[in-house]
Design a protein around this ligand. Sequence first.
Ligand SMILES: *[C@@H]1O[C@H](CO)[C@@H](O)[C@H](O)[C@H]1NC(C)=O
Ligand SMILES: *[C@@H]1O[C@H](CO)[C@@H](O)[C@H](O)[C@H]1NC(C)=O
Ligand SMILES: *[C@@H]1O[C@H](CO)[C@@H](O)[C@H](O)[C@H]1NC(C)=O
Length: 305
Amino acid sequence: MHFSRSLFFMAMGASMVLARLHGHERRHAHVQHRNAAQLIEERGVGDPVTATIDGKVVTWLDNYSGGSPTKPADYQPPSATTTSNSLPASTSPISSASNGTYSTGFGGRTASTGTGINKKGNCGEPYGSNIILIDNDVADKYDYVIQIVGCPSTKHTVGFWNKIGRDGNLDGWYGDATLNFVVNPGETKTVAVDEDTQGAFGITTGNSLPRDQHGGYDCTWGEFDFCNSDNHNWSGFDVSVIQAQAAGRTPEDLEMCDPAAGVCSCVKQGGSYVSNAYTQSQANQGGIGGNLPAGKVKLVATLCP
Ligand SMILES: *[C@@H]1O[C@H](CO)[C@@H](O)[C@H](O)[C@H]1NC(C)=O
Ligand SMILES: *[C@@H]1O[C@H](CO)[C@@H](O)[C@H](O)[C@H]1NC(C)=O
Ligand SMILES: *[C@@H]1O[C@H](CO)[C@@H](O)[C@H](O)[C@H]1NC(C)=O
């Protein structure tokens, strides 16, 4: 499989990129799903890739040779599709020093490189330390948080990953969820995300996120982009069932909202109800989801909307 390193965000078995820009704010590029064999025939490394971005056709060179069709080259799949019910007694990395300062619990930041569709933001140093589980009651101390509201009666497993994989390519969704946890019925959990992070989370009622034949997560995704340094620190989010539908799976129900902005993105009833969210048939559209000007963002993700 060949795909450009500039592929963004969205799931792909084998795909072509469409960037999403909404007004001047750029959040994601977006993929158009295509048949893998067709893609391999049509494109190779060094080939120009053409996408329509905000109505304009843009071309760049495809630099990424994916290697095997099952996983990107040089990619070390993590052992971690495992999840655990047992969390440390205190999951809060926030700690107050005697001088009144706080440690956020994030690791270091990786420098942002590239612009626009080629943007690679903060992936944390060590990798994944930019997306952490925190205690619910310290959520307000963080600038970018996602609260996951559990279902009344169904346990869910949630896994978060960076858009950009450890190898620097757009393959974080190939099984590299670095933060995995269970949300029991009635439970709420809070995830803090460091600035300039682009990533997503997947949800499942199983014990680990389902994956397609290429190794990519093919459950329902909640996508996020916080404080994008290439986009004047704007943030954005959406629910996407593109990958689930491309794999022929019934998507899991999910709603993501920014209550402060009054914007939601939702898929439920197994995909028959879709509001401001990405489905396979809308994969080419732009502007779906929430686009938020610079500043703190607190998203609420409801697992049984
Ligand atoms: C991408 O490919 C072009 C053309 O082959 C080359 O000039 C450029 O240096 C490559 N960029 C990267 C990041 O590999
Ligand atoms: C406050 O204390 C912490 C932990 O002892 C230390 O790492 C930090 O540098 C201190 N900050 C200031 C502003 O003194
Ligand atoms: C974006 O956020 C960073 C980090 O918070 C800040 O240093 C920078 O000035 C901000 N840039 C803009 C354009 O607001």
